[in-house]
Design a protein around this ligand. Structure first.
Ligand code: EPZ
Length: 420
């Protein structure tokens, strides 16, 4: 078991290295099942969820190994379509292998997937969409999927589910005719998946809009492909809220962040100034938030991301005013608040919202993470607090952040990873 020992109160300065997006590389690893060749995923974060996904690829007969920061996947000899429960039950992304297994082998079988402890994680949207295109599903604790002749269809998702959009894209690449995925998710990670699938011979367009079009093809290529996923906007956002909470000056080379909604929230609140260094790099010069962030409601992309909701609350704990954060995507995603309150933060949870009344100072405390982004919020609070904090349960943080303590020390944070 490990924990972070943190001493707060420092301003933070320096360049933040951002890894490839976790929520891009996980579906990309699943998508590599469709390629009967080698896939190189560059700038791939070395995180626990990637490790589990590579174990799934190996359990199906494939090879997966890192060469530096590049993950190499060889799925030429894949020979199975049943997923081992001890792996699928650990992460949500195991579910994203169903689409590619159906396309390649005509069937898939798995126990219900795991995932962060942030509320209910049903799979009904996935099941309904797959049935719509002709997949037979026996839905239960152990769920089996079988592909009959897949017809291209117009499928309307009842909610723009990220995973269901990705599963349907991969399940329909060889359908007869054209499949339209309407009310699909529009996250940048969906565009990454479209670009990778087209690299191996699929014909997909529309990712990033409300309708994705998948034109069925006879065959995919089995060439060796290299792919660089987008930088992780949620990791970058985590460091931006950290900077706003602690003060200082952080440098990012993530151009796509420039126009993101949460940057606008931070800049709008006068919590930072953006200094353009050149076309790629810019510096955020932080001053403690002048006022609270007002009311923010999370929403599917391009709305405010639910995956930054806990980090915003941690930052709002030391703003000079009130912030109300409502999570419309995962209404129960506030389990971390009781831990943050140990720092003296003035936080109250009502139904699917948290009210934060900012304080000039909060105090170090002993906290324990129970999910990935809630754990990140505890690290932010500990670094903004006066004095020493302990953050336990950091295995949850390591699921989605690649050596976050090393990146934090590089910008002057006092964080030690202690074996207990
Ligand atoms: C992806 O999860 C991300 N995970 C999550 O990131 C992210 O929070 C989420 O999208 C929303 O952006 C990965 O990409 C590996 P959804 P996913 O299907 O696909 C409900 C993180 O912190 N729903 O878009 O599982 C669901 O309960 C993680 O990096 C159904 O009701 O999310 C939720 O309320 C956490 N039935 C909403 O839709 C379904 O069949 C959004 O879920 C599927 C989803």
């Amino acid at each position: 078991m490990e924990r972070f020992e943190i001493v707060g109160g420092q301003k933070l300065y320096g360049e933040v290295g951002i890894s490839g997006a976790k929520n891009s590389v996980l579906p990309l690893i699943a998508a590599s099942i469709l390629s009967e060749g080698k896939t190189h995923i560059r700038n791939c974060p070395k995180i626990y969820d990637v490790e589990v996904m590579t174990e799934i690829i190996k359990s199906l007969g494939g090879k997966a190994y890192f060469d530096g920061n590049t993950l190499i996947l060889d799925t030429a000899d894949l020979n199975g379509s049943e997923l081992p429960e001890k792996l699928t039950g650990q992460i949500r992304a195991s579910l994203f292998t169903v689409g590619p297994l159906l396309t390649r082998f005509g069937k898939a079988a798995m126990c219900l997937p795991g995932g962060c402890n942030i509320g209910k994680r049903p799979i009904d949207i996935h099941v309904a969409a797959l049935r719509e295109i002709g997949v037979g599903v026996t839905y239960g604790e152990y769920t089996t999927f079988r592909r009959y002749e897949l017809e291209g269809k117009r499928v309307v998702l009842r909610f723009p589910s990220v995973g269901a959009t990705e599963n349907l894209m991969m399940a329909s690449v060889k359908s007869r005719g054209i499949t339209y995925i309407v009310n699909c998710a529009k996250e940048p990670e969906i565009i990454d998946l479209q670009n990778y699938l087209n690299l191996i011979g699929a014909k997909i367009s529309g990712a990033g809009t409300d309708v994705i079009t998948v034109e069925g093809v006879e065959k995919l290529y089995s060439a060796e492909v290299e792919f660089t996923p987008s930088p992780d906007r949620i990791e970058a956002g985590t460091f931006i809220f950290l900077g706003a909470a602690c003060g200082g000056e952080l440098e990012f080379s993530v151009p796509s962040l420039r126009n993101s909604l949460f940057i606008a929230k931070i800049v709008g609140n006068n919590a930072c100034k953006i200094i353009q260094k050149d076309d790629k790099i810019y510096i955020l010069k932080f001053i403690r938030p002048k006022k609270g962030f007002g009311k923010i409601v999370t929403a599917p992309y391009p709305g405010f991301p639910t995956d930054l909701q806990p980090q915003l609350v941690a930052c709002a704990s030391v703003a000079d005013g009130m912030t109300v954060v409502e999570d419309s995507v995962f209404p129960e995603r506030f389990g971390y608040v009781k831990e943050l309150k140990k720092t003296g933060a003035d936080l109250s949870v009502y139904a699917n919202a948290c009210v934060a009344v900012g304080r000039k100072t909060i105090a170090g405390a002993c906290m324990s993470a129970a999910d990935l982004r809630g754990g990140a919020a505890m690290v932010i609070a500990a670094l903004a607090a006066e004095g020493k904090s302990i953050v336990g349960g950091i295995g949850h943080i390591d699921r989605g952040y690649d050596r976050i303590d090393e990146k934090l020390r590089k910008i002057g944070a006092k964080v030690a990873r202690i074996e207990i």
